[in-house]
Ligand binder design. Structure first.
Ligand code: ZN
Length: 79
């Protein structure tokens, strides 16, 4: 499995086997985030979904979750 230098923890360690999403965010996570931080991000996402009662079939809810995920991981978004 490929190693990544993680933007969140700064460590070089195991990354993800494959992008978690089929979009730009998924690609960035696979390239820049280690497996440990991604697992923490998943826990954070569950909390955000519950706290905000997000309905992920709603586009706005997806945007809120994507922003929270980027903030959490330290991914800036459009470069
Ligand atoms: Zn990390």
């Amino acid at each position: 499995m490929a190693e990544v230098t993680c933007v969140r923890c700064g460590e070089t360690r195991e990354g993800l086997e494959r992008p978690p999403y089929r979009d730009e965010l998924g690609r960035e996570i696979a390239e820049k985030v280690c497996a440990v931080c991604w697992s923490e991000a998943r826990n954070m996402q569950v909390m955000v979904i519950n706290e905000n009662r997000l309905d992920l079939s709603d586009e706005r809810a997806q945007e809120i979750l994507e922003k929270a995920t980027r903030d959490f991981l330290g991914l800036a978004g459009e470069e």
